[in-house]
Design a protein around this ligand. Structure first.
Ligand code: MN
Ligand code: MN
Length: 475
């Protein structure tokens, strides 16, 4: 047997032909793409730091889009190939489009991701003093493990509408030297009773109170002097009084910046990568389109996914339909003709297999770190409930596009059956008669204040979305 043929048994050859070979993405990364991947991830980290809440994401995304020639859509205007337009929906969700060379009755390619993330929203009567410590009451937003939000540095973001009608933006705890905030936890020395509780009660929702100060206003014999100090500072800086909290949207988010993780810098650690990692991929892919796409390319950055895609800025809102209608009418096309031929990638994160908690996963159908963008044919829980369950034909189409564009990808579902589950915006797009499939980045510690992703997977999600936008294949 020659040196070359050693080990090439018939079984091995047959296996190579028939088995699904799963390989680490670094063994599949096209040569010369390391630099592009690193450059992409640098831009992504800036996106994470600039936009920690949906309003900031919209503002930053609009700035990036305008720099690439996008302009606000004027309802009723005629649209032609190459036009780049957007609609800013109330500052909290964003629709962008590049008009394709094909008319809109040939469909559109939609990338839909969400820009809201789990966090601690302030209640409308948040400020109080207890034993000469001042706190802010919170009502958590999205699915969190409450105990994870204690003893970490927090920043305050959002806005206040003053009695006068003036709107004041707030962002405290992000600039160098800014004060930050925190939620306390009980010291282990006194945690005997706490230790007997189950996870949801170790720290209860009403214990998620943000420490905001402790210095009395003056030496008078008055009550609530610490609270007064805080209000005095807020009044001085923002012109607000306590009643203005009633018309405020303020949220406490982790005051950490996006950083490289690992000695090899292979990963990114940051708050809110679910789902800004896919939001940035969809946005950047749209902004980086080379030439005019065949089908109109649409990017949706949605709000409220973490609480059910509800409200005027959520994916269930008619705001999306009205945007698509305006695009279609700009070409004299019936919107339903566009929807029935459209394709949507519901770009959202999935759970990366975590070897420290392997028992929660079913390894044969799990997403792995560094194995590329992860397609999920379905999401949901308890027998696929809540999933849109994409067709085999749709998976087949996406496979072909990815293979043709050198996209490193994998297919998985979120954890072990009956262990839990999750949903995305996919069902709401599919309900509109749009062929929709889920795909996105596998995340470690999803929904924790600090989530971890693999740079390779982030980059491949961008490449995947770009390949779909640029696809010229029929259907
Ligand atoms: Mn998500
Ligand atoms: Mn989520």
């Amino acid at each position: 047997m020659s040196e070359e043929n050693k080990g090439r048994t018939p079984a091995r050859e047959k296996k190579q032909a028939l088995f699904h070979q799963k390989k680490n993405g670094y063994d599949r990364l096209p040569a010369g793409e390391r630099q592009a991947m690193d450059d992409y991830c640098a831009g992504y980290k800036t996106f994470l730091d600039e936009g920690k809440i949906e309003r900031e994401c919209v503002t930053y995304a609009v700035a990036l889009a305008e720099a690439e020639g996008f302009r606000p859509l004027v309802p009723g205007e005629a649209l032609s190939a190459g036009d780049k337009v957007y609609v800013n929906n109330r500052g909290k969700s964003l629709f962008l489009a590049v008009i394709g060379t094909e008319p809109l009755d040939r469909g559109a390619v939609i990338g839909a991701a969400h820009i809201d993330s789990p966090r601690l929203d302030l209640k409308q009567n948040p400020l109080y003093e207890d034993r000469e410590l001042a706190y802010l009451k919170t009502h958590y937003y999205g699915g969190i493990k409450k105990y994870q939000w204690t003893t970490i540095p927090l920043a305050l973001h959002g806005l206040v509408v003053l009695q006068s009608g003036e709107t004041v933006s707030i962002r405290i705890g992000e600039a160098p030297g800014d004060p930050q905030f925190t939620v306390g936890d009980l010291l282990p020395h006194l945690a005997a009773d706490q230790a007997k509780k189950t996870m949801g009660d170790i720290v209860s929702a009403e214990q998620l109170n943000v420490f905001i100060g402790s210095r009395p206003f003056s030496q008078d014999e008055e009550s609530d002097r610490v609270k007064l100090t805080i209000l005095d500072l807020l009044h001085e800086k923002y012109g607000m009084v306590e009643e203005d909290f009633l018309s405020a949207e303020l949220m406490a988010v982790p005051a950490v910046k996006a950083v490289d993780i690992g000695l090899d810098r292979s990963a990114i650690g940051a708050y809110g990568q679910d789902d800004r990692v896919c939001s940035y991929a969809c946005l950047k892919a749209l902004l980086d389109l080379e030439g005019t796409p065949a089908r109109t390319a649409v990017c949706v950055l949605a709000d409220k996914e973490e609480i059910g895609s509800v409200g005027v800025t959520g994916m269930q809102s008619a705001a999306f339909d009205f945007f698509m209608e305006d695009l279609c009418r700009g070409q004299g096309v019936e919107p339903r003709r566009c929807y029935e031929k459209a394709f949507c990638l519901s770009a959202d994160v999935t759970a990366a297999y975590d070897p420290n908690f392997g028992e929660a996963y079913e390894a044969r159908n799990s997403a792995f770190f560094n194995y590329g963008v992860c397609i999920s044919k379905y999401t949901g829980a308890r027998g696929k409930s809540g999933a849109s369950d994409a067709s085999a034909e749709l998976v087949g189409k996406v496979r072909r596009v990815f293979a043709g564009a050198g996209v490193v990808w994998q297919l998985a579902e979120l954890g072990k059956t009956d262990q839990g589950g999750g949903g995305t915006v996919a069902a709401y797009l599919a309900n509109r008669n749009i062929d929709t499939i889920d795909a996105g980045v596998p995340v470690l510690s999803m929904h924790a204040p600090f989530e971890t992703t693999a740079k390779l997977d982030c980059y491949m999600t961008y490449k995947a979305m770009k390949a779909l936008y640029e696809n010229r294949e029929e259907g």
